[in-house]
Design a protein. Sequence first.
Length: 382
Amino acid sequence: MKRAIRPSSLLVLCQDTGSANALAAFLVSSNRARGVYFLVCRESVRAVFERQNIKPSSVFRDELSVAELEDLLERPRPAVVLLGSSLDLWTERRCCELARGRIPCVSLVDWWSNFGRRFSSPETLDLRYLPDRVGVLDEDSRAGCVAEGVPETALTVTGNPYWDRLLGISEQANSAARGQARARLGLPESAAVALLVSSDIRNLPLRLGYTEADFFSALAPLPPRAGDGRDVVWLVKPHPRESVEDTRRLMASHHIDARLLADATGEEAVVAADYVIGMCSSLLLEAALLKKRILSVQPGMNPASFRYFSIFKRLGIPTVTRTAEVRPLVQRLVSDEGPVPDLSKLPPPIGDGRAAARIDAVLDGFHGRGPVAKSALLKETV
């Protein structure tokens, strides 16, 4: 590791972009930003932290091994571990398992899906990797966790500090950021810019009823002009873990004539756009929080996969599931005829500006529970 750290430190471990956004915002706004923490993240999310002037202590490319995780738990000797969570990545899971009985672990759930599965073995709900505490977004995500077997006693509704940050951006700052993002991306200030948000559904064990192929197929061909006659500049933002070349081939096979933003961040792409179209990506919600016009395209959606996903309906974000209805709605969107999300309908506590304080309180609840002997862990896991 790059530097020694005192035993009272917080270890922050992160692999996924959504988690990285939440954790970076937490570190910026939390009292712990003035203290000592040790941040370890995947290379693919390093930039999320660095944009907030947070320098990771250590970066890894793939998954950390058991030996590397043991080293993290022994050498910085954190009092608490704060982690993200995801469906198909394993470092955070293994850390929870190794730390059990020694160091308290707190994980954040940053979306309304895969509640128990993100703490379980593949294709199960065994909750083998359940941390000591799970911070969830709202009452819907709490209910989703309970339905998938997570004990209510392990859950705390925290909200999301990243969404608090987006909601705190003033109209003036938002307008300035839009101009700066367009300048960096080489987009005319006066252009009508529409962003398509791709994903990595085709490579995940999900049963949503559609993949990116269905999404792009339903959209093509893209309307060339906005309602006021301006040409529309179409952009595609690939998922952070999506192969750019694979996305490029997918676009070509479905005749998507758009510029692929291989290097732009998700937030930069959303800020630059006037209109945002995606499936069920968190980038769509981020766009809503920035008051963009949005369309969710989910052709053939499996309703069972979205039982606890009500946020788009709450905010009035149009969701289209029939392919034949997609292109007319896209034309309406770029003609400024679609609704603007109603942020007054955000479910509490999202947007109250206190998500970081609630996460702090959870961590403080574990203060003083120092690590136990390694033999205790071995006894528990045998």
